[in-house]
Design a protein around this ligand. Structure first.
Ligand code: ATP
Ligand code: MG
Length: 584
């Protein structure tokens, strides 16, 4: 392909909002252009790379027996109402109406569409397991699209959905998907960190995310220095650590609970100063509001409360992990209650909540509090706290759960090693959904004896745009992109110092011979200064550059340079035509 005949509008300038390397380089190399916030067009060069990633993903999906289909992007709103996500997805779901007023969704993901398809076709256990996938456009009305195609509004996802008659079959396919993901990312030249994304509450390894380390990562990863434990902080667990008063063993009989006056003391820091002690000796009590609780799946029977408020008690030096809390409450989301609700529920101004005598809402207690035998806590009264508070003696929990946010320095739940943090970006996610959708959407099959069952389901997604951008994040230098060969738009770029005379003839011959041998190449035939062409070649990042200049040509040679590493060598024209350099 001749440079002049394709469309690679390279740029020196970068847009002000391009703060990360991949965004800058995709823009400057003419891979993408922005149409509007979160909406990007891929130009020929970008599309070539995109197709390479797509091919790798398709090959690995096909290899594990997942079957590609091409469903629609626009899906009837009815299906989303059936699953309950018409409302649960909130504002990120793009809803549209057609001329008759019928409601549709522009797919942000496709559990509903695939479940509906399978519902209509599934009769017998003999049809299971069944794994289907698509590589298709998605739309999410992201609040803050950013970092170019890393977080766009429209993007392409490979999403697979599998259906099974038993756990063993689901697990087998889930593992196969996990292996396929590892293979995909390896072939793309990416270093991924697979992390657990399941909550302990749900049991087992039911969800794994594939992360790349990234300074601008939206996820915090918790990793162990001593073993391979890796988890998203949203779900990370840790060993209980010594810290509370119970560690100052042996504890003499604890004096009875006692009220203390704490005028104008509201925060834990102020209380620490006032009592000259440590936050680890406080029971922090927070009032949360939970939304969309799935009552029938609740792990503990819910008491009869009119409003869905909960108190959460946790050791004073720790933070509540709202995602873990939402998971144990089986709620779509939880948020801190408004001050007015806190005052109504605790009967005191904000800052004096405590677990003792709090009868108006159920108390969720973090495991750390169970160990606290001589603690300080709010007394549900303005300017008053309790001391000598003892869990079990002075109050009890409605639900004991692990709801703490794990942080660097905590202990690994597997081996006890020290945990540390990294920022990461999610490229892919595999998930055992169980019967969440098949139940809500009434999917059935008949077993050998004609008994009806609801199948189990798994889902598996990879973002292509984000994967592509992440490859550039991992493979670039000052001058531009350094494509790994498997995903490079072309393998070779031929750059004549000047595309005239004998140099031109040599370039044309090289191009013809290499192309005939199946090498994808770009011939820079533009009437530009050599420096401009060299800079563009570095920017575009094609793995091999052949420079055809008069001096070397006179000696029957061309200069071959490897983009990664930058080493150059002189090669006989004939050897270059045979592509011998490609083998090294
Ligand atoms: P995130 O937490 O980053 O918003 P997610 O967990 O909502 O992602 P999934 O629903 O698991 O994403 O989607 C699977 C994959 O789709 C992600 O791993 C990511 O690669 C890709 N993806 C999701 N949202 C976007 C987006 N706005 N732009 C580009 N790719 C995306
Ligand atoms: Mg995800």
């Amino acid at each position: 392909m001749k440079f002049s005949q394709t469309f690679i509008p390279t740029l020196r300038e970068v847009p002000a909002d391009a703060v990360i390397a991949s965004h800058r380089l995709m823009f400057r190399s003419g891979m993408i252009r922005k149409l509007a916030n979160g909406l990007f067009a891929y130009l020929p060069l970008g599309l070539r790379c995109f197709r390479k990633v797509e091919k790798i993903i398709r090959e690995e999906m096909d290899a594990i027996g997942s079957l590609e289909i091409k469903p629609t992007v626009i899906v009837p709103g009815e299906l989303w109402k059936e699953s309950g996500r018409w409302t649960a997805m909130g504002e990120s779901l793009l809803r549209v109406k057609n001329r008759t007023g019928a409601e549709f969704v522009v797919s942000p993901t496709a559990e509903e569409a695939f479940t509906c398809l399978v519902r209509d076709e599934l009769n017998s256990y003999r049809q299971l397991p069944l794994s289907l996938y698509q590589i298709n456009t998605k739309y999410r009305d992201e609040i803050r699209p950013r970092y170019g195609v890393m977080r766009g509004r429209e993007f392409v996802m490979k999403d697979a959905y599998s259906f099974h008659s038993d756990e063993a079959s689901l697990d087998e396919h889930y593992q196969a998907q996990g292996r396929a993901y590892r293979a995909i990312f390896k072939r793309c030249g990416l270093t991924v960190i697979p992390v657990r994304a399941d909550s302990g509450a749900m049991g087992g390894q039911g969800s794994e995310e594939f992360m790349v380390e990234s300074e601008i990562g939206d996820n915090t990863l918790i990793l162990c220095r001593a073993c391979d434990y890796a988890a998203n902080v949203e779900r990370a667990e840790c060993k209980s650590d010594p810290g509370g008063p119970s560690s100052i063993a042996p504890i003499p009989p604890i004096p009875p609970i006692e009220k203390i006056s704490t005028p104008d003391v509201k925060t834990i820091a102020e209380l620490c100063d006032f009592l000259k002690t440590d936050p680890k000796h406080f029971i922090k009590t927070l009032i949360y509001k939970a939304e969309h609780i799935e009552r029938d799946r609740s792990s503990a029977p819910l008491p009869d409360v009119r409003e869905e408020f909960f108190a959460v008690a946790i050791r004073g030096d720790l933070d509540v992990n709202e995602i873990k809390l939402a998971a144990v409450l089986k709620a779509a989301q939880v948020s801190l209650a408004a001050d007015s609700d806190v005052e109504r529920i605790t009967g005191a101004p904000v800052g004096f909540a405590g677990p003792v005598g709090l009868a108006s809402v159920p108390l969720v207690m973090d495991r750390t509090v169970a160990e606290m035998k001589d603690a300080v806590a709010g007394a549900l009264e303005k300017d008053v706290h309790f001391k000598h508070v003892s869990c079990g003696r002075d109050f009890n929990a409605w639900l004991l759960a692990d709801v703490r946010t794990v942080k660097a320095g905590d202990r690994c739940p597997v081996c006890g090693g020290e945990l540390y943090e990294k920022k990461g970006n999610e490229l892919g996610h595999i998930f055992k959904l169980g019967r969440k959708y098949t139940q809500a959407m009434n999917v059935h099959y008949l077993d050998e004896s004609g008994v009806s069952h609801i199948p189990l389901m798994g889902c598996y997604g990879i973002g292509l745009d984000r994967t592509l951008a992440s490859i550039i994040e991992e493979h670039h230098d000052e001058a531009g992109i350094v494509w790994p060969a498997q995903v490079a738009p072309y393998q070779v770029i031929i750059v004549p110092i000047s595309y005239r005379g004998a140099a031109r003839e040599c370039c044309d011959m090289l191009a013809a011979r290499l192309e005939a041998a199946g090498v994808e190449l770009l011939l820079d035939d533009r009437d530009e200064r050599a420096g401009v062409k060299f800079n563009d070649a570095d920017l575009i990042g094609i793995p091999w550059r052949i420079v055809v200049g008069e001096k070397n040509l006179a000696a029957g040679r061309v200069e071959v340079k490897r983009r990664a590493g930058g080493e150059t060598k002189l090669l006989d024209i004939e050897a270059a035509c045979r592509g011998e350099f490609l083998e090294t």
